[in-house]
Design a binder for this molecule. Structure first.
Ligand code: HEC
Length: 287
């Protein structure tokens, strides 16, 4: 057999595997829906995750700037994606396939739904299906924050409505800053319902070392958020920059050596000029 037949066969198998295998979600997952409303908040959360985890391959939705690979990741605002149900998208993001990573381990349910909320925000004809909340238990999370200054760690305790520890809660801690919130970290509570976050004692707090700490927690569809002012860093004393005698101080507070140098150069320069002026008639006379 001529060689080119093998080549044609090879190419055909490649194209077959690349295009013909339509990626389908299992039937039982197709009707899954989010029980959190796709509002601005969840869309924004999803947008941040998308920038960090998806944009490198899928590009910005509607911009058709996805990476070139086979099978193509495609634009997630395209009709091909938007015609699928929320449950199908949820399954594909959770399970992955080939080059599409499996995000089920790295992201919790809430985060995957937030990605779908973000991707749906590019489809003006999308209408979020109403969830059937019967039989769904939404965990009621209470958060308790403290600071362990022996190890410089923020300690977050998650409790259920009876005050018992709630394990396996995803917790994120932030520090409120002047230019938005700084993420301290993301963690999952241990079996005692506790998560720890390192705090750098050199971060800038106020005069007493207080910072506004924001903690967000989620488990299943339950979520909780607290903001608390806490003493977590070294106290800083704000000294005025012109207090004391510095080079950049006002004239009243300039260092003594500077005043002496300045005045003596002033006297020196003017003295020379006056000496020359006084001596001019003498030079004229001599010439
Ligand atoms: C490393 C590249 C890469 C990253 C990162 C990536 N994807 Fe994908 N994605 C792909 C590829 C490739 C496919 C096509 C897989 C196939 O059809 O076999 C795909 C397919 C999909 C599909 C199904 C599209 C369809 O047409 O059915 C969805 C939905 C999806 N990705 C969402 C996401 C989301 C959300 C993220 C971020 C959390 C993400 N992807 C991150 C490469 C990637």
């Amino acid at each position: 057999m001529p060689k080119f037949i093998y080549i044609i066969f090879g190419l055909m198998t490649c194209f077959w595997s690349a295009f013909a295998q339509e990626w389908k979600a299992p039937e039982e997952e197709k009707e899954n829906v989010s029980i959190r409303l796709f509002d601005n908040e969840i869309e924004t959360e999803g947008g941040v995750l998308f920038m960090n985890s998806c944009k490198s391959c899928h590009g910005s939705p509607t911009q058709e700037d996805f990476s070139l690979m086979l099978p193509s990741p495609g634009d997630l605002a395209s009709a091909k994606v938007q015609n699928q149900t929320d449950g199908e998208l949820f399954y594909k993001i959770r399970a992955g396939k080939g080059a599409m990573p499996k995000f089920g381990d790295a992201l919790d349910q809430n985060e995957i739904w937030s990605l779908i909320a973000y991707v749906r925000s590019f489809n003006e004809s999308y209408k979020q299906p109403e969830p059937n909340l019967e039989g769904v238990v939404i965990p009621n999370i209470t958060l308790n924050l403290s600071f362990d200054d022996n190890v410089d760690k923020l300690v977050v305790k998650t409790l259920d409505e009876n005050g018992n520890p709630m394990p396996d809660v995803t917790v994120k801690a932030f520090v409120k800053g002047h230019f938005g919130n700084y993420l301290l970290g993301k963690s999952r509570c241990n079996e005692l319902g506790i998560a720890y976050f390192d705090i750098d004692s050199k971060m800038p707090g106020d005069e007493e070392g207080n910072m506004d700490i924001i903690v967000k927690a989620s488990k299943g569809f339950g979520s909780a958020k607290v903001t608390q002012k806490m003493r977590v860093v070294d106290a800083v004393s704000f000294k005025s920059a012109i207090e004391g005698r510095h080079l950049w101080s006002v004239s009243k507070r300039a260092p003594y050596w500077l005043i002496v140098t300045f005045l003596s150069s002033l006297i020196g320069i003017w003295g020379t000029i006056i000496y020359v002026i006084v001596g001019l008639p003498k030079i004229k006379k001599q010439s």
